[in-house]
Design a protein around this ligand. Structure first.
Ligand code: PRP
Ligand code: URA
Length: 205
């Protein structure tokens, strides 16, 4: 199944605080980092490992190391709120950036920045808290697939069914992880019930 929805009581509690309109930007940023950790645990659970030896202070022990080369790509701006959790959680990771902004009337994503490390043959975690129409995620996934990424994983905090379906249709091999699958998009292509404009709440704009 390409869609995984988090099922964890602590993540559900944190998400409720994120949704709360009274949550101020400083707490919102902290909650964003915390929920992202749960998404990372879920999204990396099947990564391949290889065995290795490790010298402890007392003897040599069996160890394990990640066999996959990982790249994490936040979609600017809101994806930046999830980046610190990803770089702290993963022992070794390269970071790329894709800047996209939805037009306020059409909700179509416009690209304004792109800087990617080599992604060919690598496992890419695309991080963006909101998967609404799926236009932004698909735009970034197109770039990453064109560059030869070996695997594509999308980590979102709140997803709309329309966005999940759009990604599933265009990138059927991509795995999607979300903390919540919400009801629908409204006429302005905002997720309902959602949590409003993630970037604005993250940065107090
Ligand atoms: C938001 C969000 C996603 C996008 C999702 O970004 O962070 O990138 O909308 O919508 P979509 O699935 O319909 O494309 P926005 O364009 O508002 O920019 P921002 O992150 O700079 O606030
Ligand atoms: N982007 C957001 O920040 N919120 C939504 O509900 C949809 C797109």
């Amino acid at each position: 199944m390409p869609l995984t929805v988090l099922d964890h009581p602590v993540a559900a509690h944190l998400l409720t605080l994120l949704r709360d309109a009274r949550t101020e930007p400083a707490q919102f940023r902290a909650l964003c980092r915390q929920v992202t950790l749960y998404l990372l645990v879920e999204a990396t659970a099947d990564l391949p490992i290889r065995s290795c030896k490790v010298d402890t202070p007392l003897e040599t022990a069996e160890g394990a190391e990640l066999a996959a080369e990982l790249v994490v790509v936040p979609i600017l701006r809101a994806g930046l709120g999830m980046l610190e959790a990803a770089t702290q959680f993963l022992p070794r990771v390269a970071v790329g950036y894709v800047g996209l902004e939805r037009d306020e009337t059409t909700a179509v994503a416009r690209s304004y920045y792109c800087k990617l490390p080599p992604v060919k043959g690598r496992e890419v975690l695309l991080i963006d808290p909101m998967l609404a129409t799926g236009g932004s995620a698909n735009h970034a996934l197109d770039l990453l697939a064109k560059e030869g990424a070996a695997g594509l994983r999308v980590l979102s905090i709140v997803a709309a069914p329309e966005g999940v379906e759009a990604v599933r249709r265009r990138h059927p091999g991509a795995l999607i992880f979300t903390a919540a699958l919400d009801r629908e998009l409204d006429a302005r292509k905002y997720i309902r019930p959602g949590l409003g404009d993630f970037g604005d709440r993250l940065y107090g704009t």
